[in-house]
Write a protein that binds this ligand. Structure first.
Ligand SMILES: Nc1nc2c(ncn2[C@@H]2O[C@H](COP(=O)(O)OP(=O)(O)O)[C@@H](O)[C@H]2O)c(=O)[nH]1
Ligand SMILES: [Mg+2]
Length: 398
């Protein structure tokens, strides 16, 4: 990891490439009002404009800018060069491993920040740099701990969200998040915002375990800042380059929501359940195809359909749920145990079904549902405790 620091022209200009540990040697500034933390991933064509606009908006002697960079292009070099012309002190912290993605980068930047306020904003100018003094001004005036730049508060808008699809995903995830975290988010209209200012004294960086993009949500739920206020702003289209958010980011977001809301094991159980329910589809479809189309007797057809569903469940469980625990066993070890369990399930369910219907006189459908629930809990516990037994510390991370 490399940190390059440029001090403004008013001081002897210097650009240093140092190991991260030496950051403490930087000249100690007193009364640094704000640190702007900017995560960057291949943003070379946005840097000059971003720094120009930040420099025009903020007093140089009260400000520092910290870039935390995971780029694979020459963004850090572009920043170091542009920093020479910027009156504000600029630090670039380049990470080789990109740990924790965007959220990890922001937390890293918060650790390095020395200002009284920390402002987090994107590099692509979707967040107008001119809003930074407003965020801090409002925060100071209202005695707030957290000031959120909001696209949804009165006067804000999200015109910069490209296309109906992005707008739908953004609106939908905001709604789900607001419902899941009603209490923490009563005063927050835009929990997905990537633009916010936090008072450093109310920040507890060590509490944060971000997963992917939604660092603000992590901050609100885990740090529980006292007073939260919002400043509306207009979300602009990206200035240059491409968005890095992706399908994988969406899956990570769902995982993050589960972890924040339900904790480790319960959120795994939830996802395990969702995967199990999704398995009904291939099960029914193959039963229908084998029985109705191919004319196979319904009993062997049901057994084969069960196999298809177990295969489907295995693929999803292994890739989505336990990706980080796969190293605990070989592929053959995992798939064979999973299939064994999936079919042992039939051995449990059939006699249980007979018992419930024959002796307890339950209706077939109700009894069947009950056997599915019993088997689900049993299978989850066996998967969680035996097949994917956690070795070492925290089990679920992306
Ligand atoms: N350091 C770092 N920055 C990232 C990473 N992914 C995205 N970013 C930055 O986070 C900001 C928001 O990303 P962007 O791709 O614009 O997301 P979008 O606005 O949701 O399309 C930009 O400044 C990106 O350069 C990452 O893995 N590491
Ligand atoms: Mg963007």
């Amino acid at each position: 990891m490399t940190t390059i620091t440029t001090e403004p022209e008013t001081q002897p200009a210097k650009v240093r490439a140092t190991m991260r540990g030496t950051i403490g040697e930087l000249p100690v500034r007193t009364a640094l009002r704000q640190t702007v933390v900017v995560p960057t991933f291949n943003e070379r064509d946005n840097i000059v404009t971003l720094l120009d606009r930040l420099a025009a908006a903020l007093p140089a002697d009260e400000t520092e800018i910290v870039f935390v960079d995971d780029s694979t292009d020459d963004t850090p070099e572009v920043i170091a060069e542009a920093a020479g012309n910027c009156p504000i002190a600029v630090t670039v912290h380049h990470r080789e491993n990109g740990a924790g993605g965007l959220g990890g980068a922001v937390v890293e930047g918060m650790r390095l920040a020395r200002g009284e306020w920390i402002v987090v904003m994107d590099a692509d100018l979707q967040h107008p740099p001119e809003i930074v003094p407003d965020l801090i001004g409002v925060g100071t005036r209202d005695g707030a701990d957290l000031v959120i730049g909001s696209r949804y508060a009165g006067g804000g808008n999200r015109d910069g969200l490209s296309g109906g699809y992005r707008r739908m995903v953004s609106g939908g995830s905001t709604l789900v998040t607001k419902v899941l975290f009603r209490n923490s988010l009563v005063r927050v209209s835009d929990p997905m915002s990537g633009l916010f200012a936090i008072r450093t004294s109310s920040l507890e960086v060590e509490e944060l375990r971000p997963l992917g993009y939604k660092i603000l949500l992590e901050l609100v739920v885990r740090n529980r800042p006292g007073r939260i206020v919002e400043v509306p702003y207009s979300f602009r289209p990206r200035h240059a380059g491409e968005s890095k958010s992706s399908m994988a980011e969406g899956v990570r977001f769902l995982k993050h929501l589960g972890l924040l809301r339900f904790g480790d094991q319960r959120s795994r159980m939830l996802l395990f359940g969702l995967i199990g329910v999704s398995g009904l589809l291939p099960n029914q479809a193959s039963l229908w195809a084998l029985n109705q189309l191919a004319g196979l007797h319904y009993l062997p057809a049901a057994v084969l359909a069960n196999l298809v569903a177990v295969g489907w469940n295995f693929a999803l469980t292994d890739t989505l749920l336990y990706r980080s625990r796969r190293s605990s066993r070989s592929f053959r070890g995992r798939i064979s145990r999973f299939f064994l369990l999936g079919n042992a399930d039939l051995l449990l369910r059939i006699p249980l079904l007979a018992l419930l219907v024959g002796s307890a006189h339950l209706g077939v459908l109700g009894a069947n549902l009950l056997t599915l629930v019993v088997s689900f809990v049993a299978r989850f516990l066996i998967s969680d405790k035996v097949i994917y037994r956690a070795r070492g510390l925290r089990p679920v991370t992306a």
